[in-house]
Design a protein around this ligand. Structure first.
Ligand code: ARG
Length: 269
């Protein structure tokens, strides 16, 4: 199997790696290009379709405060002034580095909100992606905005899940329109079969078409929502080998298993 690389790169990771301003200046295309070299034939939200207005009312994008046209991750409102996202999207960034975009499926039409505080999950490990969740506090609440309810436990029987984002598509670049795709839940046993010990069943959950590939989240979707058919947040886009490859499903932070940690922090954030 070629190119079995864990694709985790995004703006924050580059920044955290010390590339700093240079990485910021490279913009979206280059950030993706790192992961999608020409010889990486990766179908990319992959296999998706445009979201309807109001289908994911809680979804947000994280963007570079210095260039808000560069959105590098997704997220979701869990309170009118708090975004839940992936830790690998925020680690190494200061509140002043990030702005939040919300309010339209068309990323260019979203409103921009300042950030005052970032919390990176205790125990987050950027090399293993264990505990890949983070909270972001907005300077002011988006009053009346809808929030997403969190899964309170992992039923291990989720059926068809749905993931959404403005990340990389089949074309190799990110999408101006919010896209979504249905991805079957994958059992811990099957995900361990795919990723071995890199799949951490205490904090991760997998989804995708294990046999055929073709449907998945991808670079730039990180931090965004994996929701159940009844609209509960089951996962947070975290990592995968390539995108939408058969045998290499998407891996998500497992909200049901992290529920106590998330809500405890949320209560005094
Ligand atoms: N780490 C990527 C990001 O930062 C998300 C990768 C998801 N990959 C996947 N095959 N589902 O945007």
């Amino acid at each position: 199997m070629q190119n079995r690389r864990k694709t985790l790169t995004r703006l924050g990771a580059l920044t955290a790696a010390g590339l700093g301003v240079a990485a910021l200046a490279l913009g979206a295309t280059s950030a993706y290009a790192d992961d999608n070299a020409p010889n990486d034939i990766e179908p990319k939200i992959i296999g998706g379709q445009p979201a309807e207005d109001g289908q994911f009312p809680y979804i947000v994008a994280l963007a570079d405060a210095g260039d808000p046209s560069f959105n590098f991750c997704g997220g979701q409102l869990v309170a009118e002034d708090v975004v839940l996202t992936a830790a690998h999207c925020t680690e190494g960034s200061a509140a002043a580095d990030i702005v939040i975009r919300h309010g339209s499926t068309d990323i260019t039409q979203t409103d921009i909100y300042d950030v005052t505080d970032i919390y990176v999950a205790e125990g987050f490990d950027g090399s293993t992606m264990v505990n890949d969740w983070s909270l972001i506090k907005l300077a002011e609440p988006i009053s009346g905005a809808e929030t997403v309810p969190l899964a309170e436990s992992d039923t291990k029987d989720w059926g068809t899940l749905t993931v959404a984002g403005w990340g990389t598509t089949e074309s190799g670049s990110s999408s101006e329109d919010l896209l979504y795709v249905d991805v079957p839940y994958i059992t811990d046993t099957d995900c361990s079969g795919a990723y071995g010990s890199e799949f951490n069943a205490d904090s991760m959950i997998c989804a995708g078409d294990l046999e055929n590939g073709g449907v998945d989240s991808c670079q730039g979707d990180s931090g965004g929502p994996l929701v159940s058919a009844d609209g509960v947040l089951v996962g947070i886009v975290s990592w995968g080998y390539g995108c939408a490859e058969a045998g290499n499903p998407g891996v998500y932070a497992n909200v049901g298993l992290l529920y106590d940690d998330i809500t405890t922090k949320l209560a005094d954030f």
